[in-house]
Design a protein around this ligand. Sequence first.
Ligand code: FMN
Length: 176
Amino acid sequence: MKKTVVIYKSTSGFTKKYAEWIAQSLNCDLLNRKQANLKKILDYDIIIYGGSLHAVGISGVDIISKNLPSLKEKTIVIFATGASPARPEIPSVVLNRNFTSDQQKQITFFYLRGGFDFNKLDLVNKALMTLMKWKIKSKKEWDSDDKGMMAAFSNPIDFTDKDNLKELLEFVRSKQ
Ligand SMILES: Cc1cc2nc3c(=O)[nH]c(=O)nc-3n(C[C@H](O)[C@H](O)[C@H](O)COP(=O)(O)O)c2cc1C
């Protein structure tokens, strides 16, 4: 059995929930991004990293992207959570925004729909999201994402679902 770890960075808890479900399902170690460093993760054969999307960037993923040359022999799985529905184009958009084409060859990526809870954000993210709210408000027409986002400001949404993990878990088990 290969040694496996899940590392996560989560602002309002959605990514944390998925990370905990993965660690329970695989019976493996779980580390918060703050607890993780290269020395620690080199101890594992399979490294799963999860972070929430902030303007398409995967939060905290530099721990993987900066260290990919040292992780050549490892299986690297990245997952990102976002408020957007799991559209088919999301994986390539997120991968291209976060990794070079060479880096992408070293990782396997999954997008998991998270949720949105304005009240659980820190001050910086509250400010950023307030700017986004104004931006949407100023649009002449709202698409379905705009409508969903505006509704989520007053009512938190949670799309986390264990079923969303099926493919990721199957992939990791095939490597164990
Ligand atoms: C500043 C900011 C930017 C965001 N940008 C995106 C985005 O580009 N795409 C998306 O789907 N969700 C975006 N979201 C929503 C979060 O990714 C979503 O709420 C995520 O599930 C939060 O996970 P967490 O609670 O683990 O941090 C953004 C949220 C914030 C606060």
